[in-house]
Design a protein around this ligand. Structure first.
Ligand SMILES: [Zn+2]
Length: 362
């Protein structure tokens, strides 16, 4: 398996459709439907919960349960305040970046569908020499072409409407995937590909596999916190994105070193169970899968923390996909890394036995 290309024409089509669909935090269900549709042929059952987390299950009757997980939501904005002359001020829904907003197109989600808008910005000619204001949360604003507040309301836009960027999937120089929301649509894609490969290679697992696409990660791991109580897993392998730190203005002494194209990034952190992580590293070495290491002080800031600290403690580990320009509309990953994360999760699953405790005391 390791030599074969993993991503097929069919899977890339799914990835593109899944990425291009907006799935802002709190409004993930259309994306979850696309994701479940793709997985249907490869799994036995699905679980969904009240807030929209979706789980595809293989061997639902098994007592011993292993989770592989990504998150389904993407960062967005909320309409927070409408001025009398019809401009919209925003607040964050997740870690949206005020610095990249000016001159971006936006989609405002309303009951009657998408209303287009633009983040306006004062022209260079009109700004005060030497006293330029940087974009901040309280000075960026959206123009939807309305003459006043009344017209905004007539267009179906109100306080609480959610706002996403329209930027779609593109390939840069053959093997770099570029899109908004690769954080963490890539995770949902990679765990779905693991399920497809298990099915196509006719692998029978001795445990229940819970392929979990959690909602609401971007505002604090909330979907994972909910679903872990429903599944009550024995093991959880989480995948999310992490920073490539090789582009300008990032301090490697603070952020550590990771690069796209150099393999999955395996996390060291208190929430990561040592024996499970060593299993992942041994698996990477045995299968000649390149990998990088990252250290996290205290929390990993990913759904790993939610699974690890649930249900009296769940053996959890984090395999990250290196990514450039996180939370911008041009998030960039390397196809080789996407395939190697899929490979690493797949091969690790094949080593896990039913009933394994990963105890430090055995
Ligand atoms: Zn994120």
């Amino acid at each position: 398996m390791p030599d074969k290309k993993i991503i097929t024409d069919k899977s890339i089509k799914f990835f593109e459709k899944y990425l291009n669909n907006a799935s802002p935090t709190g409004y993930e269900w259309e994306g979850q439907k696309i994701w479940m549709d793709y997985l249907k042929p490869y799994v036995d059952d699905f679980i969904t919960d009240t807030y929209g987390t979706a789980v595809a299950v293989i061997n639902p009757e098994a007592e011993y349960k292993v989770v592989i997980e990504g998150h389904s939501d993407e960062i967005s904005w909320y309409v927070n305040y409408i001025t009398d002359n019809g401009l919209l001020y925003v607040i964050r829904n997740g870690g949206s970046d005020h610095q990249i907003a000016p001159s971006k197109w936006v989609n405002i989600h309303t009951k009657n569908g998408i209303v287009k808008g633009v983040f306006g910005w004062p022209a260079i000619h009109t700004r005060r020499n030497g006293k330029e204001e940087p974009p901040k949360i309280d000075n960026i604003f959206i123009d939807i072409g309305a003459k006043d507040k009344e017209e905004v309301e007539k267009m179906g836009v109100h306080v609480g409407c959610v706002i996403t960027y329209p930027d779609e999937f593109q390939i840069l120089n053959k093997d770099k995937f570029v899109c908004r929301a690769l954080d963490n649509r890539a995770g949902g894609f990679m765990i779905a590909e693991v399920a497809r490969l298990l099915y196509e290679n006719n692998k029978k697992l001795p445990f229940g596999l819970y392929i979990t696409n959690s909602v609401q990660e971007e505002i604090g791991l909330r979907g994972a916190e909910m679903i872990t109580q429903t599944i009550k897993p024995n093991v959880a392998i989480i995948t999310d994105v992490t920073h490539d730190t090789t582009t300008p203005l990032i301090d490697k002494k603070v952020q550590g070193e990771a690069s796209i194209g150099k393999g999955p990034v395996i996390a060291y952190a208190p929430a990561v169970q040592q024996k499970l992580r060593e299993r992942i590293i041994e698996t990477a070495e045995a299968n000649k899968i390149p990998f990088q290491r990252a250290a996290n002080s205290r929390a990993t800031g990913t759904d790993t923390d939610a699974f690890a600290y649930s249900n009296g403690g769940v053996a959890s580990a984090l395999i990250s996909l290196p990514l450039r320009y996180m939370h911008t509309t041009v998030e960039t990953v390397h196809q080789d890394d996407v395939e190697n994360v899929i490979r690493l999760i797949y091969e690790t699953l094949l080593t896990i036995k039913s009933g394994e405790t990963f105890s430090y005391f055995d």
